[in-house]
Design a protein around this ligand. Structure first.
Ligand SMILES: Nc1nc2c(ncn2[C@@H]2O[C@H](COP(=O)(O)OP(=O)(O)O)[C@@H](O)[C@H]2O)c(=O)[nH]1
Ligand SMILES: [Mg+2]
Length: 383
């Protein structure tokens, strides 16, 4: 339908009267007087409503390039809009440093311990670590057996004490209970019998994997594997080991004992899993079936590998390094990226190796070098 408007004399009169109204006359003379406050109101309205939490129904997640914003000088390349609080966290792993001077760079360390027994000396050493405790997180995994129950009780008590004291408080402590099995008997002679090694070490591998995959965080720079029965460690162990800047670096695990021959306290090598591969070791591996493993330190399985445990020299430099092919788990500092890249503790024969020894092999296959410090001693509990 065609609509025609006709401008009548009456309209003209109304229009003229409106134009002569004092308010309208004022606006015509000084338009800024009205436009300025009006614009201010509009700007204020837009500002308030663009910063309000959107209603649940209309909530949409979006990314917006930050450099488009005038006011935000944040370094991130994107900002998040309309996200429920803590919904997404961004970590730039390129900003995570792993350096020779971890304290200066405020690098975070995760100390990981599979624990079947709680020893107060071990805990005292943790408390005495000279590294900034607010940069240290601790992670434990305990077996789901009687040993585990007992250890858990003591551990929880110790944790309470340490965390309530600002001088010892750690950043975070995680305690896991194993969801895999453990061998029941843990007496030294039982757990070291060659016959049980494959099963025992394979179960330990599962426990270590559970522990590292559950506790590693985007801010972890280093991981210190520290066994619960390593009862003497230097307070500077983190700084000392990190200063070598190696992807994997193992301390030499010794044991104190009373030497009946000399009638004096003495020390002896304990951990034989830190070794350099030998021709004989490689030949032996070739004779093995797919599922068979080599475990170090057993006469029945002579490998003639070079064992770091035998190379300690009290007079030599504590910082002497040696390249290794296998490591133990007593006290080993690992760059977190080695685990992030996928190096874990094989619970199955991997090049005829399992657990920590298999881990060293896997890290090497990923292109990382493995080292040990023959003259840097830590001490294992003597049962
Ligand atoms: N979660 C867990 N930890 C264990 C188990 N058995 C031993 N551990 C811990 O694993 C570490 C190494 O085990 P250990 O028996 O000391 O090995 P060894 O020193 O080579 O004889 C120690 O910290 C033990 O407390 C187990 O079944 N489960
Ligand atoms: Mg031990």
């Amino acid at each position: 339908m065609l609509k025609i408007s006709i401008w009548t004399k009456q309209d003209e009169e109304i229009s003229t009267t409106m134009l002569n109204h004092p308010i309208v006359r004022n606006i015509r003379r000084r338009p800024l007087l009205v436009v300025a406050p009006l614009s201010l109101i509009v700007i204020l309205y837009l500002f308030i409503f663009s910063h309000r939490e959107p209603s649940k129904k209309t909530q949409k997640y979006s990314y917006k390039s930050k450099n488009k914003s005038w006011f935000n000088k944040n370094k991130d390349s994107v900002i998040l809009r309309n996200l429920p609080k803590n919904h997404l966290s961004h970590y730039d792993l390129n900003q995570l440093t792993v350096s020779k001077t971890p304290l200066e760079n405020k690098e975070e360390i995760l100390v990981l311990t599979p624990m079947s027994k709680f020893l107060p000396e071990y805990w005292d050493n943790l408390n005495k670590l000279s590294y900034d405790h607010s940069l240290i997180s601790l992670g434990f995994i305990l077996p789901r057996n009687e040993d585990g129950n007992k250890a858990l009780k003591s551990l929880e008590k110790a944790v309470k004490q340490t965390q309530s004291d600002p001088t010892t408080k750690f950043k975070k402590i995680t305690i896991l209970r194993q969801d895999t099995n453990s061998l029941e008997s843990q007496a030294e002679k039982d757990r070291h019998a060659l016959a049980v090694q494959k099963e025992r070490r394979s179960l330990m591998a599962l426990a270590r994997n559970s522990l590292v995959f559950t506790t590693i965080s985007p801010s972890t720079s280093w991981i210190l594997w520290l066994d619960a029965d390593v009862i003497e460690t230097p307070p500077d162990i983190i700084q000392d080991l990190a200063a070598h800047d190696k992807p994997i670096l193992s301390a030499n695990v010794y044991q104190r004992f009373f030497n009946e021959e000399t009638k004096k306290p003495d020390i002896r090598p304990y951990d034989f899993n830190n070794w350099v591969e030998s021709e004989e070791g490689l030949k032996l591996a070739k004779t093995l079936g797919e599922d068979e493993i080599i475990v170090e330190g057993y006469a029945e399985m002579a490998t003639y590998r070079t064992l770091m445990a035998h190379l300690y020299n009290a007079k030599a430099d504590q910082n002497t390094e040696m390249a290794l092919d296998g490591v133990g788990g007593g006290a080993v500092l690992v760059k977190a990226d080695v685990h992030r890249d996928g190096a874990m503790f094989p619970s199955f024969p991997f090049y005829h190796l399992i657990e920590t020894e298999g881990f060293a092999k896997m890290a090497k296959r990923l292109g990382y070098e493995v080292f040990g410090l023959p003259n840097y001693l830590v001490y294992h509990y003597n049962e």
